[in-house]
Design a binder for this molecule. Structure first.
Ligand code: IYR
Length: 222
């Protein structure tokens, strides 16, 4: 194999005992993560959002094209515009586009078309997936596995926000075309997730849900 363009892997072995401690610790941190719909308007320093986005940007991704654009909004007028447009679409979705089978699983989670978190949270991060890239020869060409890549990046961003000590909600207004227009993104970028970020409100509530056990979520062949 031609090694030009390669560098040695920077790797520090972790003793097994410490790995076990770290495994427990990361699980207990993750178990504390909950999605609340109640956000405080309290300010959050920009540098925390920057670090979380850079963490998302370390995600493994198709052909290392890093097919994501993170659009970050703190401007109150723009947040209001996004909220109004999202609520308009969501009203139609909840009223007529959503089949009964979908409503029945959302009901216990208390979601509806009302999206106050989009104006309460100090930051909104909108993750766009890039479906095409510009080749050095000036032509447009596809990106690869951009949904998977952005899904992983979003997961890492969400974990970072949680670990930093803030909260975020994965909002999926549908259809999402309005975000491209409002935020002036090109046609080859599709909005994937809207992620308000902030502190939870005083007295924030979450649904009383339970996570599946290891047996329920995994199958092993040893
Ligand atoms: N997109 C809507 C509806 C919604 C759908 C699912 I699946 C959820 O887990 C939560 C909400 C919304 O964002 O409200």
């Amino acid at each position: 194999m031609d090694n030009s363009g390669f560098i040695p892997l920077d790797w520090n072995e972790v003793p097994l005992k410490e790995m076990k401690e770290r495994a427990k610790e990361i699980l207990s941190v993750a178990q504390m993560r909950r999605t609340t719909r109640h956000f405080s308007t309290r300010e959050v320093p920009k540098e925390l959002i920057e670090k979380a986005i850079l963490t998302g940007g370390t995600a493994p991704n198709g052909a290392h094209l890093q097919p994501w654009t993170w659009v970050v909004i703190s401007n109150q007028a723009l947040k209001k515009k996004i909220r109004e447009a999202a609520e308009q679409e969501e009203l139609k979705t909840y009223q007529s586009r959503m089949p009964e089978a979908w409503k029945e699983v959302l009901d216990p989670l208390g979601t509806d078309h009302f999206k106050p978190h989009l104006t309460d949270a100090p930051w909104i991060v909108v993750l766009f997936k890039q479906t095409k890239r510009l080749r050095p020869n000036g032509e447009m060409a596809p990106t690869y596995y951009s949904v998977e890549s952005c899904g992983i990046a979003a997961g890492m961003f969400i974990s970072a926000i949680h670990r930093i000590g803030l909260t975020t909600l994965t909002h999926t207004p549908s259809p999402m075309g309005f975000l491209r227009n409002i935020l002036g993104r090109p046609r080859h970028e599709d909005a994937l997730l809207v992620l308000p970020v902030g502190y939870p409100a005083e007295g924030a509530m979450v649904p009383d849900i339970h996570r599946k056990t290891l047996d329920e979520i995994s199958v092993w062949f040893e």
